[in-house]
Design a protein. Structure first.
Length: 307
């Protein structure tokens, strides 16, 4: 049976048991709200840190959240019940990167960066990004950290290192520019989380104690669900790391568990292939290269939902 490296509960190399990987989430659930069936529909998502599950619950959906990592799932349970937000492995890596940038690049210091994040005009943001933040110094720093053989690739477990796009420093800079040119910074929590490790002022913590949390590999959970149990599913990062056998199982499991006419949202950190990036421009997060939205056709052909 094919397995997923997410079951190890570790993004970085080394030994030991599962760890908390994500203290926050980095996917813009506004995409789900735009394409999912009306409120009341039965939906499944990856639990991760609980932000998407909480947003879907608040919008009136009947939410099941699945995670194979017991440490992550326990954290999500606590957080959705009103617990504090903690730092996971992903946040620790981001904090180290932000700290290095702040020490070496004046525009990336806390005060200056906060001023940039409070802007709400994408045109001004684009000018500030190009003139003040996207400097030769930033490019050199990102090249050292993010190129193949760089610090990130060396630290990641082998199964995840292959997911990082070639020349990821340039890829991430393009994605940052895409985001600040297309979405107001001040109301973009995903950008704040990435660049500041914080939420925009006044952002309420996620709270949704009624979400059903299930410890399981998402493919197995879908395989074991009754046929057509869900009206929609959203699966970020699920295919980033596992091999083609897992991908085949996932496709079959989704067709089993999601009713004909149901909606599937898939995100990937990889660069887009021939099918293009999909809904990436509508996703206010920086990290994704592909956001694919598909309506299942039953015996008919599945159809992409175009933005």
């Amino acid at each position: 049976m094919s397995a997923t490296p997410w079951a190890r509960g570790r993004l970085l190399g080394g030994f030991g048991g599962p760890r908390l990987l994500f203290g926050r989430m980095y996917e813009d659930w506004g995409v789900e709200l735009a394409v999912f069936p009306p409120a009341g529909a039965r939906v499944l998502c990856i639990a991760s840190a609980g932000d998407t599950a909480a947003a879907l619950d608040a919008a009136g959906y009947d939410v099941t959240a699945v995670d194979v990592n017991p440490v992550q799932l326990a954290y999500t349970r606590e957080r959705l019940a009103g617990g504090v937000t903690r730092e996971g492995t992903a946040e620790a890596v981001m904090r180290l990167g932000r700290g290095t940038a702040a020490r070496l690049l004046p525009a990336w210091r806390r005060t200056e960066l906060h001023d940039f994040l409070t802007l709400d005009d994408p045109r001004e943001q684009a000018c500030r990004w190009r003139e003040e933040l996207d400097t030769p110094g930033l490019r050199r720093l990102m090249r050292v950290a993010l190129r193949p053989g760089g610090a990130l690739a060396v630290a990641l477990r082998p199964s995840f290192a292959g997911v990082v796009p070639q020349r990821f420093d340039e890829v991430l800079r393009r994605r940052l520019e895409r985001t600040v040119c297309g979405h107001p910074n001040a109301s973009n929590p995903w950008l704040w989380r990435l660049l500041a490790g914080a939420e925009p002022p006044g952002t309420p913590p996620p709270r949704a104690p009624g979400v059903r949390l299930v410890r399981d590999d998402v493919v197995h959970a879908l395989e074991q669900a009754p046929r057509g149990a869900y009206d929609a599913v959203t699966l970020s990062n699920v295919l980033d790391g596992p091999g083609p056998d897992f991908a085949r199982r996932l496709r079959a499991a989704v067709r089993h568990a999601v009713r004909p006419g149901g909606v599937v949202v898939l995100r990937s950190a990889r660069e887009p292939g021939p099918g293009g990036p999909g809904w990436v421009a509508q996703d206010s997060s920086v990290l994704w290269g592909v956001v694919r939205v598909v309506r299942l056709g039953g015996d008919a052909v599945d159809r992409r939902i175009e933005p």
